[in-house]
Design a protein around this ligand. Structure first.
Ligand SMILES: [Ca+2]
Ligand SMILES: [Ca+2]
Length: 289
């Protein structure tokens, strides 16, 4: 009797531990990775496009990131993507495979030791680290190729915006040259010789928000839907082809810390080979619900 009770108890314990294992399996079955970030909603409707303020329409609501993708967010992505086998590291090159595009470089690793103030990610062999130091955590990621922007977006089940979506987010129906109006001054945005304390280089995302940093007074300069740094800081890769004589190039929008104000105008188009990575090329993501 005692023996059979012991057997039943042992069976019960085994059953319990089995259940626990099942629970553990359930708990580790996580969903797709989630990007922790702020979004603004662009409602369907008209917007002004191009230097002639042509009225165009986007017939659906969509969302765009309130800020450019930061170094912290890109480092998080690299860690997750490496663990998931989505990327490989070859020398200073982070590479991966995008369906239809083959093996491509996503990011150029390195240590920023230059006088130019931007963050660059390096790989120690076991971890990603930000150079020259962690003070660049909240600055826009740069040195990312168009493929690296698309791969980041895909990892989080997002996409990068078309240039039409980007311009609607930057202008709405205002017809303005800049997200806030027709002119630009120091304190509005990060452009070359803009006088900010980071010159020359990137500023933290959302820096132009009305706060006074030391002796540098910023003006609060979101776009009409609330997105920041739509003018300046980092160029932003879009999903659109440039067309014309360079059909395979992709369009970049918004200008940067490294360019004069005329290239920060909301309708200004820049182009680059999707393999290019520079110290002022970044991006932000979009999504359609
Ligand atoms: Ca500047
Ligand atoms: Ca920008």
């Amino acid at each position: 009797m005692k023996t059979s009770l012991l057997v039943i108890m042992m069976l019960f314990v085994i059953l319990l531990s089995g259940c626990k294992k099942d629970d553990t399996v359930t708990n580790t079955t996580i969903g797709p990775p989630t990007l922790v970030t702020d979004w603004v909603t662009i409602t369907a409707g008209q917007y002004t496009y191009g230097p002639g303020d042509t009225l165009k329409t986007i017939a659906y609501d969509f969302q765009i990131m309130k800020y450019e993708v930061t170094n912290a967010q890109y480092m998080q992505y690299l860690q997750e993507a490496l663990a998931a086998g989505e990327i490989t590291i070859s020398g200073s090159s982070v590479q991966g495979s995008i369906p239809g595009e083959g093996e491509r470089e996503y990011y150029s690793l390195g240590s920023n030791t230059s006088a130019i103030k931007f963050g660059q990610i390096k790989y120690s062999g076991s971890a990603f680290q930000l150079t020259p130091d962690d003070s660049y955590t909240n600055h826009p990621v740069v040195f990312v190729t168009w493929f690296g922007a698309v791969a980041f977006a895909k990892h989080y089940n997002l996409r990068i915006p078309t240039e039409q979506e980007w311009e609607k987010a930057a202008r709405g129906t205002t017809g303005f040259d800049y997200p806030w109006g027709e002119s630009i001054a120091q304190g509005d945005a990060n452009y070359t010789a803009s006088g900010d304390t980071f010159s020359e280089g990137t500023t933290p995302v959302g820096y132009y928000n009305g706060i006074t940093y030391g002796s540098f007074q910023t003006t609060n300069r979101p776009g009409p839907y609330g997105a920041y740094d739509m003018a300046g800081n980092a160029w932003e890769w879009t999903d659109s082809f440039f067309g014309g004589s360079i059909p395979t190039d992709r369009v970049l929008r918004g200008g940067t810390w490294n360019f004069p104000t005329n290239l920060l105008r909301s309708w200004a188009r820049n182009n680059s080979n999707p393999t290019a990575r520079f110290y002022d090329n970044g991006f932000r993501c979009a999504r359609t619900n």
